[in-house]
Write a protein that binds this ligand. Structure first.
Ligand code: 7RM
Length: 653
């Protein structure tokens, strides 16, 4: 119900509930409330036992958490090595022959690598890093396609105590230069190029351009992937394959302090300078191992796990590398796009490798909805037992589609909310315990404490507000590299004593959490604060719609008017009648106040490389402004197309 003074109003209601089946619960690692109860009873003790159970420490830690708001330290004095936890200990326990990754290149090559092979390759490359002068405490920039050398490079850094800073292969040379300079990276690891949708993308030439602006880099290591012609600078650049030849595959891992820097990962930021989010060793690894185990109910002996994210996104760091390897899982890595050579590539992969757990983003699910269920239906997906979602709110209809057409109505769907800054999953169901509601990330995980608050920082028991985190957690960012003041200001200044990173959320009658999108995107229509997520979910609720993004455009009478950008499912026709039908549908589902003023049809929406809709650019278009920063856009031609459609539709108005 809506209340005119609410921080963010609450319109959309979704009543479907999915209770875990007995079969699933019986076999699940968590099937009662005991994790919640022990975390509630003594949260430090809870995290202490996770850290001890899930990780191997060279030296035990003393104090669990030191909290000097807004700075926390975890597992004080403990010493460990991340690559040892990911690799050596599994080999030492006799599991070296187990496959760590089944890798598949976009053109179709297949490589499987076992834990002991991965250990050898990581150790060998770690020795190469040392030979190039990289030392404990240095930063290494990595700009690579999704090939096995990428996890090998990251793990090699952790083995010798250097921090990696992975930059998305899709980012420009300018973005790369900015990140190299901010981190003062000593070395860059890249490839000649990568494959994407059948074409090759240049990487090394971007590095060359970037390095014209950088003075800290001594060497560039280049993997041969596409055999594209590249320029190798004598004395600076070396080929990976030549570098490793004859180098020992034994390298002693360095004992790192629990609070030593593990990696930097830059968040794009919308207009401001990218922030180098800092993650350290012991706390981060504990949280990703714990969440990967319980949220995905991971059974390393029998599961084939596939997180289909890019490793250059935090999801890839935490749930392709560090969580799964710490837990000894067998994972899939696929290099390319889902429509190469055809729109069933993912379903083909799931069928061939008998994937049991799939973790992907709403953007991918909505794209599959647009393409139609005939693509998954051509394949045997019966190996799947659990599905996950991350990156944006998942619209209830997209959830149902995923559940029905991919999960065959037989797999729980875990909607996981978290951020680069949180390091690991924070809000999610436990699949053997939690009753699911499509579109809700449900509850904070055991050990994580969140509250929704209003403008004055008072707790909201029911209805919409701001999502805040009220206690420190082991995987939390330790700061913004080189800028402690900006860290304090960005995350800790809005609500006293609470972490706030910009998302709206609402609490329903049963205490379930529903994420409402970024608060900066909230629209104000005649004094009503309306979330983008709810209007978009109402649009996606219409059977013709695959995906929708809404923004506020300045309006002389209502302050802002809602403009909806809509992608229809394939086979549906764009027409002004369809637009009318959709406007009426929104009014019916959530109320007349949220009826979009205009619907603009588009085949694609502007998205970041990790698949998040860039509403800010749509708002620029809707308000006739010149476009702000477009450097993180996955496909810049999309906005131009939308811009021309938007001016057509204003002409019709
Ligand atoms: C993992 C990741 C973080 C932002 C976050 C939200 C949005 C992520 C969900 C979600 C609703 C979800 N890291 N977000 N997961 N919104 N439901 N399950 O995405 O740093 O790239 O982005 O993504 O707005 O603040 S991120």
């Amino acid at each position: 119900m809506s209340d005119n003074n609410a921080t963010i109003e609450d319109y959309f209601s979704e009543d479907r509930v999915f209770t875990p089946t007995d079969n699933f619960s019986k076999q699940a690692l968590a099937n009662d409330l005991s994790l919640y109860e022990s975390a509630e009873a003594d949260f430090e003790k809870f995290w202490e036992s996770q850290a001890k159970e899930l990780l191997d420490w060279y030296e035990p830690f003393g104090q669990v958490c030191e909290w000097q708001l807004p700075f926390s330290k975890w597992f004080i004095g403990g010493k460990l090595n991340v690559s040892f936890n990911c690799l050596d200990r599994h080999v030492l326990a006799g599991r070296g022959g187990k496959v760590a990754y089944y890798w598949e290149g976009e053109p179709g090559e297949k490589i499987s690598v076992t834990y002991s092979e991965l250990l050898d390759q990581v150790s060998q490359f770690a020795n190469c890093l040392k030979n190039l002068g990289v030392k404990k405490g240095d930063r290494v920039a990595i700009y690579m396609p999704m090939i096995l050398e990428l996890p090998i490079a990251m793990l090699a850094c952790t083995r010798i105590g250097a921090a990696h800073s992975v930059v998305f292969g899709g980012f420009s040379s300018d973005a790369l230069a900015g990140r190299i300079n901010d981190a003062q990276a000593k070395l860059v690891i890249t490839a000649d190029g990568g494959y994407r949708r059948g074409a090759t993308v240049q990487l090394k030439s971007n590095v060359d351009l970037a390095l014209e602006e950088c003075s800290t880099v001594d060497h560039v290591v280049v993997v041969r992937r596409t055999n594209t012609q590249v320029n190798m600078v004598a004395g600076r650049d070396v080929w990976w394959d030549e570098l490793i030849t004859g180098v020992s595959t034994k390298c002693e891992p360095v004992a790192m302090d629990s609070e030593d820097l593990l990696f930097l990962l830059y968040t794009s930021g919308t207009t401001a300078k990218p922030k180098g989010i800092m993650h350290t060793t012991g706390g981060y690894l504990t949280q990703v191992a714990y969440t990967h185990k319980y949220v995905f109910d991971l059974k390393p002996e029998s599961d084939i796990y596939w997180c289909a994210a890019d490793i250059g996104w935090v999801t890839g760091h935490s749930y392709i590398l560090y969580g799964p390897l710490t837990n000894g899982a067998t994972s899939i890595i696929y290099e390319g796009t889902p429509d190469f050579p055809d729109k069933d590539r993912w379903w083909d992969i799931i069928e061939r490798y008998k994937v049991t757990i799939l973790y992907t983003a709403p953007t991918a699910i909505r794209t599959f909805m647009k393409w139609g269920e005939e693509y998954p239906s051509k394949h045997d997906l019966s190996s799947l037992r659990l599905l996950g979602s991350v990156g944006e709110p998942i619209n209830p209809e997209a959830w149902i589609w995923y559940y029905t057409h991919i999960g065959q109505s037989n797999c729980p769907v875990v909607d996981t909310w978290w951020q680069t800054e949180t390091g690991g999953i924070m809000i999610s169901p436990l699949p053997g315990v939690t009753k699911l509601k499509p579109g809700s990330a449900t509850f904070a995980l055991p050990g994580i404490f969140v509250e929704v608050v209003d403008d004055n920082g008072n707790k909201v028991e029911k209805g919409g507000g701001y999502l805040t985190i009220v206690r420190p957690w082991p995987g939390m960012l330790r700061g913004i590299y080189g800028d402690p003041e900006r860290y304090r200001e960005t995350y800790w200044s809005r609500f006293e004593g609470r972490y706030f990173a910009g998302d709206g959320a609402k609490v329903d009658d049963d205490g379930y959490l529903w994420l409402l999108g970024r608060v900066d995107d909230v629209m104000n229509v005649s004094g009503h604060r309306i979330s983008t997520t709810e209007v978009e979910s109402a649009l996606v609720d219409h059977p013709s719609v695959a995906e929708a993004a809404v923004v506020g455009a300045n309006d002389p009478t209502t302050g802002q008017a809602i403009i909806g950008f809509v992608t229809l499912k394939s086979g549906e026709t764009q027409s002004s009648e369809k637009g009318e039908e959709l406007r009426a549908h929104v009014a019916r589902v959530i109320g007349a106040i949220a009826r979009p003023k205009t619907i603009i049809f588009t085949d694609e929406l502007p998205k970041t490389r990790s698949g998040k809709i860039m509403r800010r650019l749509l708002a620029d278009v809707a308000n006739g402004r010149s476009l702000g920063d477009t450097t993180t856009l996955a496909d810049p031609s999309v906005v131009e197309e939308i811009r021309s459609k938007a001016s057509d539709s204003t002409a019709e108005d």
